[in-house]
Design a protein around this ligand. Structure first.
Ligand SMILES: Cc1cc2nc3c(=O)[nH]c(=O)nc-3n(C[C@H](O)[C@H](O)[C@H](O)COP(=O)(O)OP(=O)(O)OC[C@H]3O[C@@H](n4cnc5c(N)ncnc54)[C@H](O)[C@@H]3O)c2cc1C
Length: 163
């Protein structure tokens, strides 16, 4: 269920700023539901943003806990953060951390066909390095791709306080 940010003044709605966060962060924390327990995995990602619709592309081994979970329950929650800078002040309450972040709900699907995996890895490497790479069939054999269609997301920024 979509729920607005409580500190509305910190919400980021400008698409260029949101894309900047996605370009800088490069690590996503993917929350999953393993039975009745949460399971969170940090992973590198590539992304596409088309008309405000965010899709993440991940890659990993062909076996493991996250794949087992997604096969049973593909609903995920993603968290991405960057620009993390702690600040301090004379009192405990004036300490804090600046950040930019994105959070959202999504649905994960496993990509197991060769062409789909090549496409996912192309997006991933573009986001991670800014460069275009090509992949042979052999290079993607031992890899599983994960596509996360993010249905609802919000972005937030805590700037450095003015003192
Ligand atoms: C910054 C960062 C980037 C990463 N990028 C990727 C990526 O792009 N692709 C990728 O596949 N993996 C990546 N990893 C590793 C990832 O977090 C998982 O370890 C890996 O994907 C295996 O997940 P799994 O659920 O299959 O693990 P499994 O090995 O099946 O999990 C079994 C158990 O091992 C433990 N475990 C698993 N992963 C970790 C971990 N990272 N730290 C501590 N304990 C753990 C947990 O207790 C888990 O229940 C990254 C990790 C970090 C920190």
């Amino acid at each position: 269920m979509k729920r607005g940010i409580t500190r509305r003044e910190r919400e980021v709605t400008d698409m260029d700023e949101i894309i900047g966060i996605l370009d800088r962060a490069r690590i996503v924390h993917v929350g999953m539901i393993d039975g009745n327990m949460p399971y969170v995995v940090p992973m590198n990602y590539g992304y596409t943003m088309e008309d405000g619709k965010l899709t993440l592309y991940l890659h990993g081994a062909t076996a493991g806990r996250k794949l087992d979970i997604i096969r049973v329950n593909p609903n995920v929650f993603i968290e991405i953060d960057t620009d993390v800078v702690p600040f301090d002040g004379p009192s405990a309450c004036q300490h804090g951390t600046c950040y930019s972040s994105i959070m959202g709900e999504g649905v994960a699907e496993l990509i197991e066909d060769i062409e789909g995996k090549k496409q996912a890895l192309t997006y991933l490497m573009k986001t991670q390095t800014g460069k275009d790479f090509e992949f042979s069939d052999k290079m993607v054999t031992g890899v599983t791709g994960i596509k996360i269609t993010v249905s609802d997301y919000t972005a937030k920024k805590r700037p450095m306080p003015k003192r």
